[in-house]
Design a protein around this ligand. Sequence first.
Ligand SMILES: CCCCCCCC(=O)CC(=O)SCCNC(=O)CCNC(=O)[C@H](O)C(C)(C)COP(=O)(O)OP(=O)(O)OC[C@H]1O[C@@H](n2cnc3c(N)ncnc32)[C@H](O)[C@@H]1OP(=O)(O)O
Ligand SMILES: NC(=O)C1=CN([C@@H]2O[C@H](COP(=O)(O)OP(=O)(O)OC[C@H]3O[C@@H](n4cnc5c(N)ncnc54)[C@H](O)[C@@H]3O)[C@@H](O)[C@H]2O)C=CC1
Length: 309
Amino acid sequence: MAFFTHQIRRGFSSSIIKNGVIKNVTIIGGGQMGAGIAQVAASTGHTVTLVDTSEDILKKSRKGIEGSLKRVVKKKFADKPEAGEEFIQNVLQNVSISTDAGASVQAADLLLEAIVENLKVKQDLFGHLDELAPANTIFASNTSSLPITDIAGSTSRLDRFGGLHFFNPVPMMKLVEVVGTSTTSQETFDSLLNFSKALGKTPVSCKDTPGFIVNRLLVPYMMEALRLHERGHGSKEDIDIAMKLGAGYPMGPFELCDYVGLDTVKFIIDGWSAKDPHNPLFASSELLNKLVAEGKYGKKTGEGFYKYK
Ligand SMILES: CCCCCCCC(=O)CC(=O)SCCNC(=O)CCNC(=O)[C@H](O)C(C)(C)COP(=O)(O)OP(=O)(O)OC[C@H]1O[C@@H](n2cnc3c(N)ncnc32)[C@H](O)[C@@H]1OP(=O)(O)O
Ligand SMILES: NC(=O)C1=CN([C@@H]2O[C@H](COP(=O)(O)OP(=O)(O)OC[C@H]3O[C@@H](n4cnc5c(N)ncnc54)[C@H](O)[C@@H]3O)[C@@H](O)[C@H]2O)C=CC1
């Protein structure tokens, strides 16, 4: 059964975003975040093109979306399995996949980037797509920790650039941080805010400050958990249990690091500590560095602080 349209749909003219309402979305990066955002956008009636560097990766994204949709449907359509199956088919029809980022932005009202957490790589991507995308396409980044202003600086559409920060797992997490820079227009900001609401999420408005709201508080907490363990003051298992049962977190900090991806955690903390080397909140962790050097990125590679195979 053909779940996905493998080609970019033909017949679209260039993006003509009407009244600032985002309907056609191109998402660059089909990893855990990009695939999750694609799923939610497609589930809420948006037309989505998901882009990554290879067909194999996109096949994995597709499998992830299908798996997650099945979990959603099991609850949402508990007593109507046929309606659930129809829902899945409709959602999947809304998602095309492509390895051609340039072609995929032609009809995009919104270009949302969810690739590796590296400023230069994001700047190169946006700089390139700025020349190919229609002038009115809004650009946004899902970065966890990089300044939106620095990413936007690689483009000529500073007024049509903002941050749209989702949380993992996207189908379950209700929050979206909408980030405006000093040059983001009110119209663009409102479009991003309304798009988040159309996805069924609750948006909060953020300034373009390091970590926005959530990660500015979450990252120091998680890194301190790693350092606490490294000081010999608690096993990772006990720290995880303590924070779940004593502070009401659904996952302990080690579980959450594995869930987010240790490569992403390292990108974030290395970036912040390079900018503010004397801030003890941003001090790195030997254990984290060792696991990343060994290719143990957490759940996505089958091992991180814990084993998942
Ligand atoms: C130091 C650096 C730090 C850097 C941070 C950078 C990252 C960022 O920029 C920002 C972030 O995203 S931070 C991470 C935010 N996310 C969290 O904190 C997640 C915490 N965990 C949870 O909420 C739950 O464990 C969770 C909802 C995940 C799972 O729930 P449970 O614990 O109850 O476990 P399950 O039994 O597996 O799930 C229960 C039901 O939830 C549904 N579900 C879970 N995952 C799903 C998914 N991916 N898709 C669809 N449905 C899903 C599902 O209904 C499931 O029931 P079953 O299907 O029957 O298992
Ligand atoms: N993992 C998390 O919990 C969260 C991550 N984020 C942010 O979202 C972004 C993506 O994170 P994840 O999805 O976790 O990473 P991931 O590693 O799961 O996926 C990244 C994907 O981007 C693709 N990619 C890399 N360069 C590309 C390019 N030039 N063109 C097209 N595709 C490219 C990779 O092949 C990969 O499939 C990062 O900026 C991260 O900081 C934001 C919120 C939560």
